[in-house]
Design a protein around this ligand. Structure first.
Ligand code: GRF
Length: 201
């Protein structure tokens, strides 16, 4: 299965997925392309250093639909089956989501449905919850609201700052994303309504 990873920034989840593929922890998977919506995203240079195929589809000067169509074309060209959003800071158009229905995954730094959107770690601290974590989910038309594939909990300590909490969640994100992608690539799941469950047969 060919994976396309979309990033906008530092790309640590992208590297975690690349490590998992090269270490054989996602059997049957290959990273076909890493695409960024910013040519200067640090993660894009790191992906190129790894020998991965990289591409920048600049968002500047394009409407959302023009930009998405160009990205879709690049994903088709690389024969991508599964898309992993990894810190991709752009909302996808309905056309993009429809083109790859149930084939787009995202990782979010909270236990959804709590704290969707930006600054999820700060939202959790300010709300005062004692546990947060990370979630891998399918992307649909809602903001961080698609069917949940996997979650990991992380406790919030009394002395946590956004930075300390984010770095502990990030460690879990890297493990969780690889495990969730392995589940999807291995086709060992079924979707009933919103529920994504391991196959029983
Ligand atoms: C992660 O916290 C991820 O959950 C969120 O954006 C951040 C991306 O970090 N969607 P990185 O670029 O993968 O290091």
């Amino acid at each position: 299965m060919k994976i396309g990873i979309l990033i906008s920034g530092r790309g640590s989840n992208m590297l975690a997925l690349a490590d998992a593929v090269s270490e054989g922890r996602i059997p049957g998977a290959e990273i076909a392309v890493v695409i960024s919506d910013h040519a200067n995203a640090p993660g894009l240079a790191l992906a190129a250093e790894r020998g991965l195929t990289t591409l920048a589809v600049e968002r500047q000067g394009r409407t959302r639909i023009e930009h998405d169509r160009e990205t879709i074309a690049a994903l088709h060209e690389q024969r991508v089956d599964l898309i992993c959003l990894a810190g991709y800071m752009r909302l996808l158009s309905a056309e993009f989501i429809e083109t790859f229905r149930h084939r787009i995954l995202n990782i979010h730094p909270s236990l959804l449905p709590s704290f969707p959107g930006l600054d999820a770690q700060r939202q959790a601290i300010e709300y005062g919850v004692k546990w947060t974590g990370c979630t891998v989910h399918f992307v649909d038309e809602t903001l961080d609201g698609g069917p949940i594939i996997a979650q990991s909990p992380v406790p919030i300590r009394d002395d946590d700052t956004v930075e300390t909490l984010s770095s502990r969640i990030l460690i879990e994100e890297h493990k969780l994303y690889a495990a969730a992608v392995a589940l999807i690539v291995g086709n060992g799941y079924e979707i009933t309504g919103r529920r994504v469950r391991g196959k029983t047969t």
